[in-house]
Design a protein around this ligand. Sequence first.
Ligand SMILES: Cc1ncc(C[n+]2csc(CCOP(=O)(O)OP(=O)(O)O)c2C)c(N)n1
Ligand SMILES: [Mg+2]
Length: 325
Amino acid sequence: MLRVRRFEEKCVELYSAAKIRGFMHVYIGEEAVAAGVLATLEPEDAVVATYREHGHALLRGVPAGAILAEMYGFEQGCCRGRGGSMHLFDAATRFFGGNAIVAGGLPLAIGLALADKMAGRSRVTACFFGEGAVAEGAFHESLNLAALWRLPVLFCCENNLYAMGTALARSESQTDIALKAAAYEIPAWPVDGMDVLAVEEAARRAGAAVRGGAGPHFLELRTYRFRAHSMYDPERYREKAEVAQWLERDPIDLLRATLEAAGDLPEPTWAEVQASVDAEVQAAVAFAEAGTLEPVEELTRHVYTDRDDTDRDDTERNRPKRMPT
Ligand SMILES: Cc1ncc(C[n+]2csc(CCOP(=O)(O)OP(=O)(O)O)c2C)c(N)n1
Ligand SMILES: [Mg+2]
């Protein structure tokens, strides 16, 4: 959580210095959600996230330098600088984005999970999305197919109460999101998304069921973003007192207090953790600062495949496959 917090505080600084451009959304305040869920996944599992995904990428194992260089638009970035903040992607860690389209990740997660099911692989696809996604058709289509085909998806709804400037109650007739999943017969329950231990426990339980073949599960992780929606949001839609109240439940402070009370976090250890995080962020900045732009001649590469496919026989590939029962 501290790695994500410090990394993003630095991103905000670098954005203000115009080193990072384009849209940028930070996850500050919501770290317990990604940290708790991702701690329970295996390397061969898949992760799909939204445009607020720096933390998910970092915790999944994408190097901080490659993330930051991506945000700088440099070729050393995890997508050669072509994706930017909202489109981080890394095949090596099975991190499948980074998606600017609200609810756009859900159908991708369904596809990944369908492939795993058809191939008989015991894997989980963790799919993160905001509560704003539940208003989209893609959300309902994805939940329906996941339930119908018993696909191994762990749906992780990051309910931070706002979709840009719109409060949940202003856009949904039913604000209990777990109930929406339950309507598709998907086991679903709400979790305190500010308590990383509660998130980890819930994700471990739900993930084990998904991996064991029990079909999709759904966690509604109740959280809050401490910062504005994006770098361009004047935040006129919520009271400062509300933000202050949530700040009292900062997930990092909560965990630190729990560890200290248990005698598990003496001051030197905390200082060591902070120092190693600071060093990682500093190294990432140095890496990104040394980055270079892709040469103009390469701009048309990676748009379509570079492979010469003219002689490929697709007969087998195109034969209809049996759908999972
Ligand atoms: C299909 C689609 N509609 C509208 C938008 C514009 N938009 C960007 S972010 C956002 C709010 C989404 O809120 P939520 O899903 O709760 O995620 P959060 O930003 O709170 O993490 C909207 C409507 C979009 N990106 N995609
Ligand atoms: Mg939201």
